[in-house]
Design a protein around this ligand. Structure first.
Ligand code: B12
Ligand code: SF4
Length: 610
């Protein structure tokens, strides 16, 4: 077979919006920090599946990310041998349109469809319709499939090099922050087999290990060397804590890298029971020592354990959340509304249970029977799946006929839940500051010198950075309860780290003035009127950079005039602040750790991550 030309692409923009007019690609805005008013982070992310595929085949390829229709058609008309589309269900109507276009303009191109749009497509269309649009629907791991198709050795290890970074910032500071979150995939799939879960169905209830513990730490070091502005490594996996020996092995390599420990931490995934068991086996301190920064925890419901979900059976969620927070580990508490056991007499109790855990971040969604899952098949048989448009098949789909609740109630309850968390505990960024201050105290008490001398610095720097937001938080707190929390956090910060420096006070005034301007603008033109649009990028994997950590070249289309002006404005402002703060640092009493960090963040145009 001669060398094939390959185009990988995501669906074309514009993307559908979520029920609350949120952007599909802004995970912080639509979920993790949703409901926090102007303190809701504004974030971006990338399509990692296509990168993994492009990195693991021997032939060159072109990768289009978030193309507009004309970017896509221009590329299709070049007549690629293979066009691979990685997409999610909300894009299926558009994906079918893309396939029709390919069939018409480049009939020799073989069309491959992967990811969760493929899962939904395979479950929803008969074989003949599928063939009309797509030549290969790939369910499960794609690298092996692609290598086999290309006639390459399929079983060689799947490697990962650096991928584009994701980023997040408060919108009044920066709508286009530089990426400060790196991504690695430690494993695909989950052995849990929960009936509602798409990933366990996609990978047939198996887990495919993608990096060994040693490789993982080596890869994190590589990210840190190339992108020193990264503050968080996001590890894609379904439940790290099901594999305690794996995690415990990370500890040994992680503690050997103090300079990395001072600068970044790790986003893990876990479930209550398995985190509890890990802590029982290796001690709670082990969680700090594996670099856990944030853990995404599927709480699902207070009652999940009573209804057959084995991962929520044994351990008390409150004890797990409290212990994690007390040692500086942030949490994302995930809760699902619309279980069959939910009714009017227990739903508020369930929601308030989640609130009582005080998750640092949250994900409140509706139970959504995703096509291709066991739940969907069962509900279909029971006549309980409403026929909703593809654009509404996501975490708030409303496609499920509930036993006791009306569909609008489940959506309203999730919206209400975000608001309740905000009004009870304050915005996630305040909760984050409280947890990082706990982390500092915890490290200073620790018997482990690496935690005491190195990890404590990370907590101190991050606490200092988020302290800058206390002034706008105090001004724009949603109520007196939260305002008092802000003031208590300030008092505690001063007790722990002393009086804020001149640099901190100046930076805090800058943030406050940005927040005031943003608030005024929001009155007339709320950000939610303009759901986030990602720029189109073209990544060229020409295979000439095989020894380089970054294996692609990026071509970015000129941004729209509005985006260009926003970026220019941000750059100018940041240069000015950076200059001001550097000068202040020289003429006033300074806390080197915090002040240098604030200036570095200004330089990097990036702030805290989750
Ligand atoms: C990172 C992530 C995101 C990121 C980036 C996603 C992206 N690709 O654009 C962000 C934050 C933007 C995001 C957003 C959303 N996400 Co998301 N996300 C994930 C997460 C955590 C990891 C995905 C990933 O990168 N995995 C690593 C790659 C390598 O694995 P992979 O994608 O499975 O790809 C492999 C195979 O599937 C296959 N493959 C994939 N594509 C292709 C294409 C071809 C041509 C071939 C041959 C093979 C192939 O080969 C790859 C290598 O083996 C998953 C959970 C998970 N663990 O998978 C959820 C998940 C995919 N997201 C999910 C959802 C619902 C969403 C949203 C719709 C959220 C919402 N509000 O409802 C949006 C939609 C975003 C969009 N672009 O429209 C669901 C999907 C469920 C479903 N059945 O639809 C998941 C499974 C979470 C869950 N547990 O339910 N997400
Ligand atoms: S434990 Fe989590 S990832 Fe695993 S099958 Fe259940 S819901 Fe899915």
């Amino acid at each position: 077979m001669g060398e094939k030309s390959i185009l990988f692409t995501t669906p074309t923009f514009p993307y559908p919006t979520l029920p609350a007019n949120d952007s599909l690609t802004d995970a912080a805005g639509q979920r993790f920090t949703k409901g926090d008013g102007m303190f809701t982070l504004y974030s971006h992310s990338h399509c990692f599946a296509n990168h993994i595929l492009a990195q693991n085949i021997n032939v060159p390829s072109v990768l289009l990310e978030y193309p507009r229709w004309e970017d896509f058609t221009r590329e299709v008309e070049k007549g690629y041998d293979i066009i691979g589309i990685s997409a999610f269900p909300p894009h299926l109507d558009n994906v079918l349109k893309m396939c029709e276009y390919i069939r018409a303009k480049s009939p020799q191109s073989v069309i491959m469809l992967g990811s969760y749009a493929a899962q939904a497509f395979a479950a929803s269309y008969d074989a003949e319709t599928q063939k009309r649009y797509v030549d290969h629907v790939i369910l499960g791991e794609g690298v092996k499939f692609l290598r086999e198709y290309l006639g390459e050795e399929p079983h060689r290890p799947i490697s990962q090099r650096l991928m584009p970074r994701a980023g997040a910032a408060p919108p009044f500071l920066n709508l286009h922050p530089q990426g400060n979150i790196g991504f690695l995939i430690t494993g695909l799939g989950c052995i849990g087999g929960c009936d509602f879960c798409s990933t366990t169905a996609m990978f047939d209830k198996k887990r495919i290990e993608m990096l060994s513990p040693r490789e993982l730490v080596e890869h994190i070091k590589l990210y840190h060397e190339h992108f020193p502005e990264i503050v968080l490594m996001f590890l894609i996996e379904e439940d790290h804590f099901r594999f305690p020996e794996y995690l415990n092995e990370i500890r040994e390599y992680w503690l050997d890298n103090p300079s990395v420990i001072e600068n970044l931490d790790i986003f893990y995934f876990g479930s209550i029971d398995y985190i509890g068991e890990f802590a029982k086996e290796y001690g709670w301190d082990a969680l700090g020592e594996i670099g856990a920064g944030t853990i995404f925890i599927g709480v699902e419901s207070k009652y999940a354990g009573d209804h057959g979900y084995e991962k929520r059976d044994e351990v008390d969620a409150r004890m797990v959340f409290d212990n994690l927070h007390s040692m500086g580990v942030r949490t994302v508490g995930a809760w699902i509304c619309g279980w069959d056991f939910h009714h009017h007499a227990n739903i508020y109790e369930d929601l308030n249970y989640l609130v009582s855990l005080k998750p640092t971040y949250q994900q409140l969604t509706r139970l959504s029977p995703f096509p291709g899952t066991e739940l969907w098949t069962r509900m279909k048989e029971e006549g309980r799946v409403y026929d909703v448009p593809w654009e509404d098949v996501h975490f708030w789909s409303g496609s499920q006929k509930n036993v006791a609740l009306e569909p609008h109630e489940t959506l309203n309850l999730t919206e209400y839940g975000y608001d309740l968390l905000y009004k009870t505990w304050g915005p996630c960024l305040l909760r984050r500051l409280e947890v990082t201050m706990n982390g500092y105290e915890y490290c200073m008490r620790s018997a482990n010198p690496v935690m005491r001398e190195h990890k404590s610095k990370f907590f101190k720097k991050q606490s200092g950075l988020v302290w800058l937001l206390l002034q706008p938080l105090d001004r724009f707190a949603p109520n007196g309860v939260v305002r008092r929390r802000v003031r208590k956090a300030d008092e505690r910060f001063r007790q722990l780290f002393g009086e804020p420096t001149a640099v901190m006070k100046a930076a805090s005034m800058v943030l406050d003035s940005r927040a005031i301007r943003f608030y005024i603008k929001e009155m007339f033109d709320p950000l939610n009127r303009h759901p986030k649009e990602e720029p189109c990028k073209k990544y060229i994997y020409d295979k000439k950079r095989n020894n380089s950590a970054v294996p692609y070249r990026t071509e970015r289309k000129s941004p729209s005039l509005k985006t260009w002006m926003e970026i220019r404005d941000m750059n100018l402002r940041h240069e000015m602040y950076e200059h001001l703060l550097k000068n202040l640092k020289h003429v006033s009493k300074s806390d080197e750790d915090i002040d240098n960090y604030i200036v570095e963040r200004m330089q990097a145009r990036s702030y805290v991550a989750f």
